[in-house]
Write a protein that binds this ligand. Structure first.
Ligand code: TXA
Ligand code: MG
Length: 325
């Protein structure tokens, strides 16, 4: 188990020697943060329960919350999970890319701890070239939650990773901004048809068009959340967050969209996308929240953001950031 404060965190370049070093650390059971197209992940050998335990410790993540196993390609995914017709169609359409599929686990390749004891497994093939190169060099599945402390805003830059985890992890591969900016969409293909567990980088509309039918909601009949990580008060900056704002109150920062100017005098102000582009807004979301949080504002007033396309994931994360805590 890692001592939480004593690890010298190596900063690795996103080149061949850096990736080789990262793969060697991972094979040795160490924790390495790496870029994906959505957000930075905190990787460990998914099949090594001791290494995976280190992820939970470094993040202070509750152990009932399972991790996504990242694999190099579809063939590696199919050795770990069982794909029905819907899962196959979605993997064909959206992998590599920001989609995670929760499917029945075959029994090898991902430790019980990484799955938090579930008989399903969450699988994703990331498209980021550095993630691809790392998975190829490592050779197995990497368990990787977002590389932030549990409950905090996900990292879209290596600086965000270090702000939360410096001294708690063995290395970070520094590769600039993650360009999607919100986490992967999670779809469960278990019994009874595909369910949307988390909106994310692939819009619902694209998934439903691919499947030819509507996704079901996340909650099964018995009310147990299928994605335990989808708790309110996730993705929380220190400042309070006030949604659908049109004015700025004393002490507040302003997070705009589409160039909308609020009445009032913000402590600090940023726009998710002056052009009103949802992909740009998603890419800016977590970084802007961190910057406004650092301004010392008591609260962040957020302009309305449309709900369609990537707007569903943006509004989902904003709603969690705003949840009472
Ligand atoms: O874009 C992403 O998905 C990023 C990058 C690093 O790949 N990863 C990420 O991981 O967002 P994390 O741990 O922050 O979120 C994973 C979510 C959690 O809500 C967890 O509960 C859910 O996936 N999950 C994992 N395994 C599951 C399973 N077997 N059944 C249901 N939900 C699962
Ligand atoms: Mg996370």
């Amino acid at each position: 188990m890692n001592d939480l404060t004593s690890i010298p965190t190596e900063r690795l370049a996103a080149d061949a020697p850096g990736i080789a070093r990262a793969a060697a650390l991972l094979r040795d059971g160490k924790l390495v943060a790496f870029p994906t197209e959505t957000v930075y992940g905190l990787g460990a050998d998914a099949d090594d329960a001791r290494a995976v335990a280190g992820i939970y410790a470094a993040k202070e993540r509750p152990r009932f919350n399972p991790l996504i196993a990242h694999v190099a390609d579809r063939a590696a995914a199919e050795r770990i999970g069982m794909f029905d017709a819907d899962a196959s169609r979605l993997a064909d359409a959206f992998w590599p890319g920001p989609l995670t599929l929760v499917v029945p686990y075959r029994g090898t390749g991902v430790s019980d701890l990484a799955r938090a004891g579930n008989d399903s497994v969450a699988l994703r093939v990331p498209s980021h070239p550095v993630a691809q190169a790392l998975l190829a060099a490592f050779g197995g599945a990497l368990a990787a939650p977002s590389a932030n402390r549990s409950g905090r805003v996900s990292p879209t830059l290596p600086e965000h990773v270090l702000a939360d985890l410096d001294g708690r992890i063995h290395a970070v591969i520094e590769a600039g901004p993650a360009d999607v900016g919100v986490e992967s969409t999670i779809v469960a293909c278990l019994d009874g048809g595909p369910r949307l567990l988390r909106p994310g980088g692939v819009p619902r509309e694209a998934i439903e068009a691919c499947l030819g039918r509507a996704l079901m909601a996340a909650e099964p009949a018995d009310g147990a959340p299928l994605a335990p990580g989808m708790l309110a008060s996730h993705y929380a900056p220190r400042a309070a967050v006030r949604l659908d704002a049109v004015d700025v109150r004393p002490g507040e920062a302003w997070l705009g969209f589409g160039g909308l100017q609020a009445s009032g005098m913000p402590v600090a102000a940023l726009d998710l996308s002056r052009a009103g582009d949802l992909a740009e807004a998603a890419a800016n979301l977590f970084g802007h929240l961190r910057r406004l949080d650092a301004s010392g504002a008591t609260s962040i007033a957020v302009a309305p953001v449309p709900h369609e396309g990537l707007g569903e994931a943006i509004n989902d994360r904003l709603t969690r950031a705003a949840a009472a805590r």
